[in-house]
Design a protein around this ligand. Structure first.
Ligand SMILES: NC(=O)c1ccc[n+]([C@@H]2O[C@H](COP(=O)([O-])OP(=O)(O)OC[C@H]3O[C@@H](n4cnc5c(N)ncnc54)[C@H](O)[C@@H]3O)[C@@H](O)[C@H]2O)c1
Length: 293
């Protein structure tokens, strides 16, 4: 059975570990925070049990969970056929992790980052073998979303890129191939154009977040509105993406207002803390702020 090392057991890493285990891979799930690891295992248990009761899994939740080993070091890289990094969106941190991975992982193991915004080429520069570094940009919640962008860095070989496409398909996901490495890749750039406009309109009091979401669903056929998507993703991650884009000289990418920074300072991080553009009941129901449950 092939082994995958997933680094970071937060919102994305736990979902990536889950879909790898569902696809039959053995998973080393690594995080420096033991609480994050505990929460990740609990959330994978909850999610696989829910999918199982809906008849959407071929195996039991226990069988899937048995394939996942929580770990607190990167040593699992030595036994991994694939590595997917999903730690915080901070370039220096990712570069340190990749430098270490390059030392530990077997020479033919591809090293993937799930970064939302940082060019793969910059992360790859921290390694001696940039040709085996690529982007695998999953969308959250990973167990439910079918898309993964496969991103070719400047030095990524065609073979590693093709193996990325094949790996994504082996997880039951659909790859979108990104042939040139640009900050935020393709889907996030397109989403960000809509989202930054939406944030500025809400900040100016022109429209409410819930009316934007209804409008985009009914008017443009989106499955979820931009504010629903942002609350699910976590607004703290948006702030980190904004900082990363600013550092790359891509100021035009982020919204003109500091609305999201203010929300994060107030602890409104989105669904994971029960409050963001919406508030969330203990059962996880999304409710506009000016309405009762
Ligand atoms: N949130 C989204 O919707 C989304 C979508 C696509 C990509 N991403 C990207 O995925 C990555 C993770 O995002 P997230 O939303 O899961 O964040 P998160 O904050 O939920 O999780 C990040 C995890 O990384 C861990 N971590 C920090 N330093 C570490 C280290 N040195 N080694 C190992 N683990 C470490 C933290 O303890 C935390 O558990 C980011 O690069 C983000 O940009 C996020």
């Amino acid at each position: 059975m092939e082994s995958i090392l997933v680094i970071g057991a937060g919102f994305m890493g736990s979902g990536i570990a889950q879909v790898c285990a569902q696809a039959g891979y053995r998973v080393h799930l690594m995080d420096i925070d033991p609480v994050a690891l505990e929460k990740a295992i609990a959330s994978i248990k909850w999610s696989t049990e829910k999918l199982s009761t809906k008849g959407l899994l071929a195996e039991s939740s226990t069988t899937i969970l048995d394939r996942i080993a929580p770990e607190d070091t990167l040593e699992g890289a030595a036994r991994a056929q694939w590595v997917v990094e999903a730690a915080l969106e901070v370039e220096e941190l990712k570069r340190d992790i990749f430098q270490e991975l390059d030392r530990l992982a077997p020479a033919d193991t591809p090293l993937a980052s799930n970064t939302s915004s940082i060019p793969i080429t910059r992360i790859a520069q921290a390694t001696q073998h940039p040709e085996r570094v690529l982007g695998l940009h999953f969308f959250g919640p990973v167990p439910l979303m079918g898309l993964v962008e496969v991103v070719k860095g400047e030095k990524t070989t065609g073979d590693v890129f093709n193996r990325g496409v094949y790996f994504v398909k082996s997880l039951g996901k659909t790859p979108v191939r990104v042939h040139r490495d640009i900050p935020c890749f393709v889907m996030n750039r397109i989403f960000a154009a809509a989202f930054r406009e939406a944030v500025d309109l809400v900040d100016q009091g022109i429209v409410s977040p819930e009316d934007v979401d209804v409008g985009m669903k009914l008017g443009y056929g989106w499955n979820a509105g931009p504010f629903e998507i942002a609350d699910n993703a976590g607004l703290d991650t948006y702030v980190l993406i904004g900082k990363a884009m600013k550092a790359l000289g891509e100021e035009g990418f982020i919204s003109k207002s500091e609305f999201i920074e203010r929300m994060v300072a107030e602890g409104r991080l989105g669904r994971k803390v029960g409050k963001g553009f919406y508030r969330y009941t203990s059962e996880g129901k999304r409710v506009p702020w000016d309405r009762d449950d």
